[in-house]
Design a protein around this ligand. Structure first.
Ligand SMILES: Cc1ncc(C[n+]2csc(CCOP(=O)(O)OP(=O)(O)O)c2C)c(N)n1
Ligand SMILES: [Mg+2]
Length: 917
């Protein structure tokens, strides 16, 4: 075996199959003649050490041998990232199975049947409604062993396991819940028909739609694995900070092998090993197929993933061969079989899944008479039924047990299975299996008989659900197992008690403004955050999250104030130790300084923002990042956060296309508010002043953590230092800020004939105020200025009214807030923002007059703010021109005046159009 291992692991690349083939032929040459005898002697000696001293002793000896060989003879064993194509846990190491295999097989068959029936029925009733059969069919054993023996819904310490179910396996999870009596048959019948009377079941895990059941939306592939990693780390963060006292729960993520190609799946795996997250277990269902065909037809996905994860420091457990292979492997003294296993590509393995035993014998074993001899006692039928590791409960149990017992590193289990297992001709192992949703009667019959479901032939055409009575042995067994493990899963609920109130006093300072001193809204935000962090009640619940931009946002004071979280504390003397604001890492540090990963930071945000549900802890995340790298980069994670009813504040820093000077096209964000609009439960704000931010954050904490609303926030803050004004004293201002618009400053020109209303947001508000002055002084226009804190909120409210009015034609129509607020305001309306024109335009139809919008459509430029605002036509002079233009459209201003104003304002009418240049 030793020689075989050395030979097989001599790989310099991850192109596993090719390399193994080459090495295998080398091996054959070397094992000729004298070498055979010599090798045999060494192997016998090693066997002796193994039997006397055990695996650990043998391992040490091999290491010593390797060291000796290098020193004495310059033998350099090449780096090896993979082990042979074998189970990591040998049959002699595997523990006894703790349950009734026969009973569990029967239960699993029932789950299989109902999962299949759910999809087949749904498509019979509604052609084309879709659903997946083959994913769960291949993963059934992986789930059932976990449900019966591992998934802890509650541990003795009060903790629980967190499980990320593979999205496409949802029918299997529903089927089990049906057998457990948790989902009525009617809902099963309405799988993928959520709007049918009585309600149905979501296609995939969606907490928004099934808030008592699903916890994690995993169906956008790649989001499950990265979230699982950060969740496992967040649990450690909670423990190390003393917020979570119960321990011992694990995070399980069930993943597809095709899914592992998503960059998010692999991108953060070193965090898990670096943080020694032995509370994390990945289970990859290696059915060798994805949607269109094989994952690695010409390679071996298991070997490739092994190399990647071993290289990253994970504990890798391969579960490839089922018990049927045990005796063959044990008798494979010369390693011929394992070598052959290593030679075959996944595409070819897939071929064996669909071919006869005779083909398997001839093609796989037939290359060597010695191999053929190994299986001569097996019939073709038996050969065809040789089970794979992922379908063998004993092997799967052994892998899970080893995973939960492993200390010091996360574990990945690579379980080999067949896609569409049990479907036979209907799709088992075939390339089309992922799309298979319909089975004809014959195919249903085969499946029914294979899994022994007591449904008579004449009822099969309906694909009826089947649930034995509550007191049947099967149902009693499965319920008892779940009872032992603390209850059913998945169950989603709110596990936290709401906060009592939001501390008002921290916000008051911001109502007063800065008395002429300049401050950016980012500085205001950071000051507010630092005050909240000091609060005796909620301070400890705040989770500041930053992807390596703390200095950009002027947050370094927080390093010292609350520390940067590190699971090991600070093992070095920081280079800036002698300064006040040194880089302080601490085990109980509060800041999650994530490094340059917006995706990872977002996962921390989600973990913290859903801890009220997952862990009963009201952590309040504030994730501040370059606004440009938010929605357009990690929009799908934000969508998932929304689905999960995540709470907290996303803060887009350095926001605005013309406010971030110098940085240019890739950094200047003039559209994140547009990209935020689709997220239904996201409150978005583009505040201009300190007091606006104070009111928004205060109200946000109240709505999310006191009132328990399933909303979260996006607010943009900017880095332009400006004097922050005092909050005007008129009534209704708080409501206006939160609803999205309020009158900020009336024109003082009482005798004016010309009137206009100008909307400003963010830092462009200051350009609007300058324009107000110019209009008054130079053009005799009295313009009132409105602060629009949220076009999105105004848009939503107005749409809601329109819809209601349409459905209630006889009742007094509702008037949108924006229309009410602006009613009677004289003159045309002009909007200027640092975002695309479409944002103000979205409310145009509800503005009681004509609206002319200025915005920043187009690619940014490296420039200073003044030039950028000139270029994008959102500075004071363009606002003046727009106002005059709007008045001219209403025939209140002569065209000549317009032309003159263009000259006087110094605007070049032939300048490039920023939207397309
Ligand atoms: C981000 C994303 N891209 C594409 C899809 C569509 N899709 C659904 S399942 C699937 C194949 C999944 O293959 P694999 O991960 O191997 O899972 P299996 O069903 O084989 O267990 C694809 C491409 C998706 N759900 N998410
Ligand atoms: Mg797959």
């Amino acid at each position: 075996m030793l020689i075989i291992e050395d030979s097989i692991t001599e790989k310099r690349e991850v192109r596993v199959a090719e390399t193994e083939q080459a090495q295998a032929s080398q091996q054959v040459q070397h094992t000729n003649g004298l070498e055979v005898v010599e090798t045999r002697e060494w192997l016998d000696s090693l066997d002796y050490v193994l039997s006397k001293g055990g695996a650990e002793r043998a391992g040490r000896l091999l290491q010593q041998l390797a060291l000796h060989a290098r020193r004495a003879g310059g033998v350099n064993l090449p780096f090896t990232a993979t082990t042979p194509y074998q189970n990591t846990i040998s049959s002699s190491q595997q523990p006894p199975f703790p349950g009734s295999q026969e009973m569990e097989r029967r239960i699993k068959s029932l789950v299989r049947w109902n999962a299949l029936a759910m999809v087949v029925r749904a498509n019979k009733i509604q052609e084309g409604i879709g659903g997946h059969i083959s994913t769960f069919a291949s993963a059934a054993t992986l789930y059932e062993v976990a449900f019966n023996h591992f998934f802890q819904a509650a541990t003795e310490s009060g903790d629980r396991d967190i499980v990320y179910f593979q999205g496409h396996a949802a029918p299997g999870i529903y089927a089990r819940a049906y057998l457990e009596g948790r989902i009525p048959k009617q809902k099963l019948q309405n799988f993928r028909r959520e709007l049918n009377p009585g309600g149905g079941l979501s296609s995939y895990p969606h907490p928004w739609l099934m808030p008592d059941f699903w916890e994690f939306p995993t169906v956008s592939m790649g989001l499950g694995p990265i979230q699982a990693i950060y969740h496992a780390r967040f649990i450690r963060y909670l423990e190390n900070r003393g917020l979570k006292t119960s321990t011992g729960g694990r995070v399980w993520a069930f993943l597809g092998d095709g899914e592992m190609d998503e960059p998010e799946s692999l991108g953060s795996i070193t965090l898990a090993s670096r943080e020694r997250l032995d509370n994390l277990i990945f289970v990859v269902n290696c059915n060798l197929q994805r949607l269109d065909g094989p994952v690695r037809g010409n390679g071996k996905i298991i070997q490739e993933l092994e190399a990647i994860f071993r290289g990253a420091g994970w504990n890798v457990i391969k579960c490839i061969w089922g018990g049927d292979w045990d005796s063959l492997i044990q008798n494979d003294r010369d390693g011929l079989l394992v070598r052959r296993m290593g030679e075959i590509t996944d595409g070819q393995y897939q071929k064996y899944f669909v071919e006869s035993g005779a083909y398997f014998r001839q093609n796989f074993f037939g290359t060597d008479p010695r191999l053929l001899k190994m299986v001569e006692h097996l019939s073709d039928e038996q050969l065809a039924r040789m089970r794979l590791g992922g379908h063998d409960p004993i092997k799967v149990h052994a892998a899970y047990k080893a995973a939960v017992e492993h200390a010091g590193a996360p574990t990945i289990i690579l379980a080999k299975t067949i896609k569409g297992y049990g479907l036979g001709e209907a799709g088992e192992g075939k390339n089309i299996t992922h799309q298979q949703k319909k089975l004809n009667e014959d195919e249903l019959q085969v499946f029914r008989s294979r899994f022994g479901i007591p449904i008579p032939d004449d009822e099969l055409h309906e694909a009826p659900f089947y649930r034995p009575a509550d007191d049947s042995a099967e149902i009693k067994y499965m319920q008892e197992r779940r009872k032992q493990l603390g209850g059913h899963m998945p169950v989603r609920k709110n596990r936290a008690t709401p906060l009592k109130s939001v501390p008002e006093s921290h916000f008051e300072e911001f109502y007063k403004g800065t008395e002429g001193r300049e401050a950016s809204t980012t500085m205001v935000f950071v000051r507010m955050l630092s005050k909240l962090l000091r609060d005796p009640e909620i301070g400890k619940l705040i989770v500041p999250i930053i992807p390596d931009e703390a200095r950009t946002f002027g947050m370094e004071a927080l390093f010292r104030q609350v520390g940067i979280y590190s699971s090991v504390g600070q093992l070095y003397e920081p280079v800036d130790m002698d300064t006040l604001l040194y880089y302080k890492e601490a085990k109980n540090g509060q800041i999650l300084e994530e490094g340059i990963t917006e995706a990872g930071s977002m996962c921390s945000f989600i973990s913290a923002g859903t801890a009220y549900s997952n862990h009963g802890i009201n952590t309040i995340p504030f994730f501040i990042y370059y606004s440009m790298f938010g929605f357009q980069r990690i929009g799908d994670l934000i969508w998932a956060a929304a689905d999960m009813r995540c709470r907290g504040f996303l803060v887009g820093g350095t926001a605005g296309r013309t406010t971030l000077a110098g940085e240019g096209l890739q950094h200047q964000d003039g559209h994140s508010h547009v990209l935020a609009l689709p997220v239904p439960n996201l409150m978005t704000y583009d505040p201009a002043f300190a007091y606006e931010i104070a009111i928004i954050i205060q109200d946000g904490i109240k709505r999310m953590y006191v009132d328990g609303e399933s909303i979260f926030y996006y607010l943009t803050v900017t880095n332009e230092p400006l004097p922050m004004p005092e909050m005007p004293s008129q009534s209704g201002i708080r409501e206006g800020i939160l609803k999205g618009l309020y009158r900020y400053r009336n024109s003082e020109k009482n005798d004016a004939k010309l009137h206009a209303q100008i909307f400003g947001s963010g830092t462009i508000m200051y350009e609007v105020l300058k324009a107000q002055e110019i209009l008054e002084k130079n053009y005799g226009v009295a313009a009132d200025v409105w602060s629009v804190t949220s076009y999105n909120e105004l848009y939503r409210d107005a749409n809601d009214c329109v819809r209601w009015n349409m459905l209630h034609p006889k009742e007094t129509p509702k008037v949108p807030y924006v229309t009410q607020a602006l009613q009677g305001a004289p003159g045309p309306f002009i909007a200027a923002s640092d975002y695309m024109k479409v944002l103000p335009e979205s409310i145009a139809q509800w503005v009681p007059g004509k609206l002319l919008s200025l915005g920043t459509d187009g690619f940014g430029r490296s420039e200073n703010r003044a030039s950028l605002r000139d270029f994008f036509e959102v500075d004071a002079k363009h606002i003046v021109l727009a106002t005059l233009t709007a008045l001219a459209r209403e025939k209140q201003v002569e065209p000549d005046v317009l032309e003159k104003s263009i000259r006087d304002l110094g605007i070049n009418p032939e300048k490039l159009n920023p939207a397309i240049s």
